[in-house]
Design a binder for this molecule. Structure first.
Ligand SMILES: Cc1cc2nc3c(=O)[nH]c(=O)nc-3n(C[C@H](O)[C@H](O)[C@H](O)COP(=O)(O)OP(=O)(O)OC[C@H]3O[C@@H](n4cnc5c(N)ncnc54)[C@H](O)[C@@H]3O)c2cc1C
Length: 409
């Protein structure tokens, strides 16, 4: 049901995008509709990684969408990337979600890091190192993953990561295990969050290191089955790191910078939402297109479409505002809005898919149509750490009732 004539999710004039942004987003939409949509069902059925899509992304320069132009990339900003990623997700959720892990790596090391405090020599060293990572992507087409989750409370920021980086001559030795590592077996580098711990020191979240470990380094292995409900093309298996050497230049951020960015650039975590905004749009598009083909006369169906449209418009408006105000040191109001946007996008995507099935009916669930995949893929959104649905609710409730640092005692 992909159609290259699909209108952009965010009309450039209505949402005041500039011509350059609109052109880039249109190119991405066309690529996804023409190339990714026809491949999506097979990758979903086989739970296989969409390697051909990544070849196309590379050929279009899109692996480097957020790498600065001075380094050979397209130089897109946070919002332009988010809008482009949503367009990809309309046609293949798994490609959008994995592309996010890759692009997020370049944004965090790139534009986000530029906003954070570093002394001059640390900043110069970071600039030298990230240029190496950018070059690998631009020149060699290297794909970066972001395996953070460990199946404990570390990915939501409650405890230090259990994966440990021990300083040694020339770098670190990394030992640990990451679960749900999207792109496992398909990325060239795994951007691992781990706790830097010297022999005599206690683990602290402040000492989180962010290291790009080559997939072919000695001691790295991919384990476990991958046969999930949804987002099957992400191939999010388990990664084991057994005393893996990582050189100093593996650092995607200097020591302490991940901790600082999580506090000061919280919208970094909102980057998982474009995928689910695109899935929400896809559920709505499917419904309209399906019902227009001879099933639109029922008032009951029209009312459900109206309900879907209202939920979609509400989600789009909140999401667009939140991604538009992403910057360092947001106000408390902007933080709460980011959590609200995350919660709303993740929950609404699946809600719209549910309503779509309910109103389109039994035939719409057939595997020959994309709706049942959209339904399964969208179910995964509110599980994504660190801002799971429950974490968002907790933070909104607490943040609305207490000022920063305020307690009842
Ligand atoms: C398709 C897919 C792809 C993924 N890709 C990646 C990836 O590339 N990199 C990566 O790092 N991770 C990835 N993840 C993992 C994801 O971000 C979560 O870490 C993972 O789903 C958590 O699973 P769990 O079984 O530990 O559940 P839990 O974290 O235990 O979650 C179960 C429930 O507990 C709630 N909960 C958990 N912790 C808290 C808390 N502190 N406060 C309040 N409520 C809480 C959750 O909201 C949820 O309702 C992926 C997950 C999926 C499904």
């Amino acid at each position: 049901m992909a159609d290259v004539t699909d209108a952009p999710i965010f009309d450039p004039i209505a949402f005041r995008l500039d011509g350059e942004q609109a052109d880039l987003i249109a190119r991405v939409r066309q690529l996804a509709a023409e190339r990714f949509a026809p491949r999506a069902a097979q990758h979903d059925r086989e739970a296989s990684f969409p390697t051909e899509n990544y070849r196309d992304l590379r050929a279009a320069g899109l692996l480097a969408i957020c790498i600065p132009r001075a380094h050979g990339g397209l130089g897109a900003d946070y919002r332009t990337y988010a809008l482009a990623a949503a367009e990809i997700a309309r046609y293949c959720g798994a490609t959008a979600l994995t592309w996010n892990m890759h692009v997020g790596s370049t944004l965090w090391a790139g534009a986000l890091a530029d906003d954070l405090d570093m002394d001059a020599s640390t900043r110069a060293e970071h600039a030298r190192r990230r240029a190496l990572h950018f070059r690998r992507i631009v020149a060699d087409g290297a794909i970066y993953a972001q395996p953070f989750s460990e199946g404990n409370a570390s990915a939501v920021g409650s405890i230090p990561f259990g994966t440990v980086a021990t300083p040694v001559d020339g770098g670190w030795r990394v030992t640990g295990r990451k679960v749900f590592a999207s792109l496992s077996g398909h990325a060239a580098y795994y951007g691992v969050l781990c706790t830097e711990v010297a022999a005599d020191a206690r683990a602290s979240r402040r000492n989180t290191a962010y290291l790009a470990i080559p997939a072919n380094a000695a001691g790295v292995s991919v384990t476990g089955e991958w046969d999930p409900l949804g987002m099957r093309g992400t191939v999010s298996r388990t990664l084991e790191f057994a005393n893996v050497f990582a050189e100093h230049d593996a650092a995607l951020m200097p020591r302490g910078l991940y901790f600082q960015s999580a506090l000061r650039w919280p919208h970094m975590f909102l980057l998982l939402t474009p995928t689910y905004l695109g899935l929400a749009q896809a559920a709505y598009d499917f419904t309209v297109s399906y019902l227009r083909r001879g099933r639109r006369g029922s008032v009951v169906k029209q009312l459900v479409v109206a309900e879907m449209r209202i939920k979609l418009e509400q989600t789009k408006a909140l999401w667009f505002q939140a991604i538009s105000e992403a910057h360092v040191d947001p106000t408390p109001e902007q933080r709460l809005r980011a959590y609200a946007a995350q919660f709303t996008t993740m929950e609404t995507a699946n809600d719209l898919a549910r309503l779509a099935i309910r109103t389109c009916g039994g035939h719409s669930m057939l595997r020959s149509l994309p709706l049942e995949r959209i339904y399964r893929d969208s179910r995964c959104g509110s599980l994504m750490a660190p801002w799971t649905a429950e974490v968002c609710l907790e933070r909104i409730g607490h943040g609305a009732l207490y000022n920063e640092g305020e307690t009842d005692t």
